[in-house]
Ligand binder design. Structure first.
Ligand code: SF4
Ligand code: SF4
Length: 317
């Protein structure tokens, strides 16, 4: 049983109504109320997209529907005499808004015209509904929102808050890539007067080595804030589709249009300056070594030495 049940769920017998849910023929209604806001259409869409390989996903107005189907069999061998099977399902409705309500009904099994031999339908439907909720909470952006919530309200560190989310969602299945890919902000030139030298059309990787005079030749573009709170300076970024990325990093400079994303610099760096970050759309590679810990660089030059296309230039401080 999900631990969320303990402190956040009301389990009610029908008939009841909550924010427009009318369980006309429902046997039982489960309701989770979560103190997190979900209103941005792109966030709602990301949950539907992220979960559509795991559950049947649907949307109507401000609601998301996630359905899990399972099959009951009266015997294990489908070729045996008298074999029968029936498909059952349970749907969780997520009502978005200032808070999130995750609601499910367990219908009488007769709704599925299920035969007499089907056992434990209600218990399984209840379990699968909680599994849907736990899986969505653990894998989508709702997980980040919950972590943020616990950091604020319970004064926990990010790691402790993430641990609490895991503890509260024990039935979660792990779904890879269910969070939206971070979008890069459009560049805003900061320095006027320099000619932006970008002879790159974004259709192919640019050959190395990095032009070590890039700061004189390119416009500085908008800095990128990393999850570690550092700002990575950039030069020569163009557009919003990542096809021309320019040079990133002030003293651990990497020309992201030359980089082929093999990760050699990440492996070589003794102080974990770099971490792979997704940049979809780039012709050279869709993962780049983002300098999340650039201030930690000890200028050992190891990364510069191992980079196959010579995309890196270190400027010792
Ligand atoms: S110079 Fe050394 S410490 Fe700095 S980023 Fe490269 S490998 Fe890491
Ligand atoms: S070693 Fe060079 S090509 Fe490989 S990921 Fe690092 S910067 Fe990119």
């Amino acid at each position: 049983m999900s631990l969320l049940l303990k402190d956040r769920i009301y389990t009610m017998q029908a008939p009841t109504a909550k924010r427009g849910v009318y369980p006309m023929h429902g046997y039982k209604l489960g309701l989770y109320r979560l103190p997190i806001k979900l209103e941005d259409p792109s966030e709602i869409k990301s949950i539907i997209e992220g979960m559509k390989k795991t559950f049947d996903m649907d949307q109507y107005a401000d609601r998301i529907y996630a359905t899990y189907n399972w099959i009951e069999e009266n015997m294990p061998d489908p070729d045996a005499d008298g074999y029968e099977s029936v498909e059952l399902s349970v749907t969780v409705e997520i009502v978005t808004g200032e808070v999130i309500d995750a609601i499910y009904q367990i219908y009488p099994v007769e709704k599925f015209a299920a035969p007499q031999w089907v056992k434990d339908y209600r218990r399984k439907a209840d379990h699968f509904a909680k599994m849907i909720i736990d899986t969505i909470l653990r894998n989508t952006i709702l997980s980040d929102k919950l972590v943020e919530h616990f950091m604020k309200t319970d004064k926990l560190s990010e790691v402790q808050a993430a641990g609490k989310v895991s503890e509260l969602t024990p039935l979660a299945q792990i779904v890879l890539d269910a969070k939206p890919i971070a979008k890069i902000e459009p560049p805003k030139p900061l320095v006027e007067g320099k000619k932006q030298v970008v002879t790159r059309d974004g259709e192919a990787a640019v050959p190395g080595p990095i032009d070590i005079e890039f700061k004189d030749k390119m416009d500085q573009s908008a800095a990128f804030k990393t999850k570690t709170g550092n700002e990575v300076q950039t030069w020569g970024r163009v557009g919003t589709d990542n096809k021309v990325m320019g040079v990133w990093g002030e003293f651990c400079a990497v020309d992201f249009d030359i980089c082929i994303g093999d990760g050699a610099c990440i492996d070589a760096c003794p102080v974990a300056v770099y971490e792979f970050f997704d940049f979809p759309g780039n012709a050279g590679s869709t993962k780049k070594p983002l300098q999340i810990n650039e201030p930690d660089c000890i200028f050992c030059l190891a990364c510069e030495g191992v980079c196959p296309p010579q995309a890196i230039k270190i400027y010792p401080q």
